[in-house]
Design a protein around this ligand. Structure first.
Ligand code: NDP
Length: 272
């Protein structure tokens, strides 16, 4: 049974049933259970919530960390205690040799990466007058080049197997000024260009590429925004939670007909 008729005679499909809908001969496979995911910057905040949500959907998760090994171990421990499968993998994802070694480790310990979440990022708050060349280079490397390197590393395998999901964590700052700075705007707008560029080229190989674009989310990165009361200025009157972003990622990962999109999770931040 793939659904049930409710008292109001509406037909409600279950999540697992939607993943197996009859497809008139088309090759539709949206099942995520048993897949392998890599979440960059998975030690805290949004990345941690995504790693936990994916694990909750039966996906084995590689939790990437750069400096906080203990936090990565804590995330892995929590997933394992809940009955899931996870490993911690160290790498600065803006360095290609480290990315290659990380992918090799995931392949050896969990298997080929089916789902890549490019979440790692930095936000150095700088005024126009003070932003330096080094700030710009560091930001572009951490927020944009990292997604390119990780995508290039896993894409050949995804295309060969005919299935893959890539989700890039962008920002409302890709389209609006925001509070961080022009270097951050550029990195996130570039990430959305990367998203659509890949999506246009790999869809026929069964690989979707999307961006999920959070507004202010209550994490360590956004502590200055919280202190400034940014949440109260939003249409919904509060900041978002990492779990709300993770729910949008899970939705995108479970739907092979969504590609090249930017899904906003921002409490209305992009239209005020
Ligand atoms: P946090 O600062 O809380 O976490 C960022 C994570 O990224 C950390 O795990 C950090 O690890 C990791 N990281 C940063 N650089 C690298 C790197 N070079 N290699 C590997 N890991 C790295 O941020 P959030 O959870 O708030 O943000 C997650 C993503 O969401 C970012 O891309 C951010 O730009 C985006 N975003 C966040 C918003 C918010 O309001 N919080 C709003 C819009 C977008 P480590 O500490 O070890 O460096």
């Amino acid at each position: 049974m793939i659904g049930c008729v409710t008292a109001d005679h509406g037909i409600h499909l279950t999540w697992s049933a939607l993943q197996r809908l009859p497809s008139d001969g088309m090759d539709v496979d949206n099942a995520v259970n048993g897949r392998v995911a890599l979440v960059t910057g998975g030690t805290r905040g949004i990345g941690r919530a995504i790693a936990e949500a994916l694990a909750g959907a039966g996906i084995a998760v590689a939790v990437n960390y750069r400096s906080r090994k203990d936090e990565a171990a804590e995330v892995v421990g929590g997933i394992e205690r809940a009955g899931g499968r996870a490993i911690a993998v160290g790498a600065d994802v803006s360095v290609s040799a480290e990315v290659d070694a990380m992918i090799e480790q995931v392949r050896g310990e969990l298997g080929e990466v089916d789902i890549l979440i490019n979440n790692a990022g930095i936000a150095l708050t700088r005024d126009v007058a003070e932003v330096s060349e080094d700030d710009f280079d560091r930001t572009l490397a951490a927020n944009l080049k990292s997604a390119f390197l990780c995508t290039q590393a896993v894409l050949p395998g995804m295309r060969a197997r005919g299935w893959g999901r890539i989700v890039n964590i962008s920002s409302a700052a890709a389209r609006i000024g925001g509070a961080v700075g022009v270097h951050y705007n550029a990195s996130k707008a570039g990430l959305e260009g990367l998203t659509r560029g890949y999506a246009a080229r790999v869809g026929r190989d069964g690989v979707t590429v999307n961006a999920v674009s959070p507004g202010p989310i209550d994490t360590e990165m956004a502590a200055p925004l919280k202190a400034a009361g940014v949440g109260e200025q939003l249409p919904v009157g509060r900041m978002g939670t990492p779990e709300e972003v993770a729910a949008a990622v899970l939705m995108v990962v479970g739907n092979g007909f969504v590609t090249g999109q930017t899904v906003g999770v921002n409490g209305g931040r992009d239209f005020i």
